[in-house]
Design a protein around this ligand. Structure first.
Ligand code: BTN
Length: 326
């Protein structure tokens, strides 16, 4: 019902529509319309009202389920959108929904998080209204050993979406960050629930810096991060980036059962911020590997040449130092 009201207000953007007209179109009383209008205001729509003229839509929110669904070119991903202006963590929220049986492709989206989480116990900083913070509920029919490929698939899908919308070519920092000139633009937190041979659900959370200005980041992050706005010099549409990401992610994800990550890996290699560099990789529990990042294998794992000259295959980890090779 609220959809119908938005539709009519949008058709008359900037002009007043009488309460009576809205009541007729949606089949509810004028008092009911007042309630719906207030609900829309809570969702971020800016609507002026005048006792004689009715209601006038002056601004539509950028990240709102109705707005995202309009023009979304997917069959399953993002078709069920859970949106809150603020939540603790979209990953935590998505997990709760997954436990309750949420369908694959369900999206949890928030303007800001009070406890945004990163990998290795870090936190994720988000500026309300400026970045993208979301999590997807997935139920992939893959073996748990193939999970590493899922984060690369996510990173590459977002890199492709960013390019299509903004023409900015970002690099993939293995296995799951996006960077530009060495500065972090996006991070991915994948959390899985299942057994040794079966995945129950997988939550993929992604945080992307879109419209933050340099001064909006905390001092300790300033030298390390960037936003798309800082690169482009103008604001970008978070909605378009999210819609395009969901479209590309769905295509890439649906190719997985056919057994191939090859195109994804090829993209990650071509636009890699890691290959050819001397790296140190933190694998948790005080386990660190170091060497030269030589190549990515077809499943997305990293071939590392250790100082001894031996080659090892690394499936997961966090690059904590990424220096140019001399
Ligand atoms: C990292 O770089 O360490 C991963 C950062 C992941 C942040 C995103 S923001 C949306 C989702 N919800 C969270 O609490 N974390 C992820």
């Amino acid at each position: 019902m609220v959809e119908r009201i938005i539709k009519v207000l949008k058709e008359h953007l900037g002009n007043y529509v009488s309460g009576e007209t809205l009541a007729k179109i949606s089949g509810i009383t004028r008092a009911g319309i007042w309630k719906q209008i207030n609900q829309l205001r809570e969702m971020g729509y800016e609507i002026s009202s005048s006792p004689r003229k009715g209601y006038c839509l002056t601004k539509t929110p950028e990240l709102n389920p109705f707005e995202i669904l309009e023009g979304l070119k997917t069959k399953r991903f993002g078709r069920e959108i859970h949106f809150q202006p603020e939540t603790d963590s979209t990953n935590r929220w998505a997990k709760r929904l997954a436990v309750e049986g949420a369908v694959e492709g369900g999206l949890c989206l928030a303007e800001s998080q009070t406890q945004g989480r990163g990998r290795l116990g870090r936190s994720w900083f988000s500026t309300p209204g400026k970045g993208l913070c979301f999590s997807l509920v997935l139920r992939p029919k893959i073996n748990p050993s193939e999970l590493a490929g899922m984060t690369i698939l996510t990173a590459v899908s977002m890199a492709q979406a960013i390019y299509n919308v903004t023409k900015i070519q970002v690099q993939v920092k293995w296995p799951n960050d996006l960077v530009f000139d060495g500065r972090k633009l996006a991070g991915i937190l994948a959390e899985v629930n299942g057994e040794a041979d079966m995945i129950n659900y997988l939550i993929i959370g992604l945080g992307l810096n879109v419209n933050q200005r340099a001064e909006e980041f905390p001092d300790e992050l300033k030298p390390l991060v960037a936003s798309l706005q800082m690169i482009k010099g103008s604001d970008l549409s978070r909605r378009m980036i999210l819609q395009e990401f969901l479209r590309i992610f769905e295509i890439n994800y649906d190719r997985l059962p056919n057994g191939s990550l090859l195109e994804i890996v090829a993209y990650a290699k071509k636009n890699s911020a890691t290959l050819g560099k001397t790296v140190r990789i933190n694998q948790g529990y005080h386990r660190t590997l170091s060497g030269e990042a030589v190549d990515l294998d077809d499943d997305g794992s990293l071939w590392l040449k250790e100082p001894s000259g031996s080659m090892i295959r690394v499936y997961a980890g966090e690059i904590i130092q990424n220096t140019e090779e001399e």
